[in-house]
Design a protein around this ligand. Structure first.
Ligand code: A2P
Length: 252
């Protein structure tokens, strides 16, 4: 099933998380509510996305998560919120305070992660990076695995609605495999991530696509088709990989 990945802290992070980058502030609350009703238990957000307050700060009055908790749709302890701090804001105090289940980093290359692991008092449990069948991060994945750092993949669909040089969901190999399995290219891209062993954080504010993206359990990609997917040409769609920012999983 691969519904969770166990971190080295012992915490279990839900394998599929709702991405919220580029979700419009006016709709992100509804998207979160729909996602939780569909079954999502992991929300990936950040102050930098300009919409986070609509997800949980305002929940103290009447917004998405508070309502879901009040209505008993989900239990507080079952939700996993990934948030982020800009590096200048990270003073190390948030972990020590016991408010984070685990800390991680985002956009760390093998070299940067290696340097960090050499000196970190609390090593990162997660490295969140762009990852999809057209950008497999093979070397980084292996390095993370050897260091017990969970790799969490953002833009697992290649962010198709933005202007990209590559369009992951249109890849012919991905489409052939999807056809063979009777699944959508998006579902195969996500299931591929889970079977390779990393978390996936697809963003959607559309109910049908939210459901489609969560329908990645109870079936699997057989070995031969998984091997076929590894033939997909590699090309990153993001320039962000050089940016570094600490992020924290906060659930206080
Ligand atoms: P929308 O929010 O209208 O569904 P990524 O997570 O790789 O950044 O991709 C997010 C983009 O992909 C969003 O623009 C989202 O648009 C779109 N998207 C999400 N799910 C699917 C899907 N199942 N099929 C096609 N496009 C999708």
């Amino acid at each position: 099933e691969i519904r969770f990945f166990k971190l080295k802290t012992g915490a279990e992070t839900p394998s599929v998380g709702l991405g919220t980058w580029s979700a419009a502030p006016g709709v992100v609350g509804d998207a979160v509510a729909t996602a939780v009703k569909v079954g999502y238990r992991h929300i990936n957000c950040a102050p930098l996305y300009g919409n986070e307050e609509f997800i949980f700060y305002l929940c103290r009055i009447d917004c998405a998560l508070k309502k879901l908790l009040d209505d008993g749709v989900v239990k507080r302890e079952d939700l996993w919120i990934t948030s982020k701090l800009w590096h200048r804001e990270s003073n190390g105090g948030t972990l020590d305070s016991g408010k984070a289940r685990a800390i991680g980093v985002i956009n760390f290359s093998v070299n940067k992660l290696g340097d960090l692991l050499d000196i970190a008092r609390v090593p990162p449990a997660v490295n969140q990076v762009e990852c999809h069948p057209s950008w497999k991060q093979t070397k980084l994945h292996a390095f993370c695995k050897s260091k017990e750092v969970h790799l969490s993949g953002y833009s697992p669909l290649g962010s198709p609605s933005n202007e990209r040089e590559i369009e992951v969901l249109k890849d012919p190999i991905l489409n052939t495999v999807a056809q063979k399995l009777g699944k959508s290219p998006a579902q195969v891209a996500l299931r591929w991530g889970l079977q390779i062993g990393h978390g996936v954080l697809p963003k959607s504010t559309n109910e049908a696509r939210l459901k489609e993206n969560y329908d990645v359990f109870g079936w699997y990609i057989p070995k031969d088709l998984l091997a076929k997917l590894s033939e997909i040409d590699q090309a990153s769609s993001f320039f962000l990989s050089s940016l570094c920012a600490y992020f924290h999983f906060v659930w206080d």
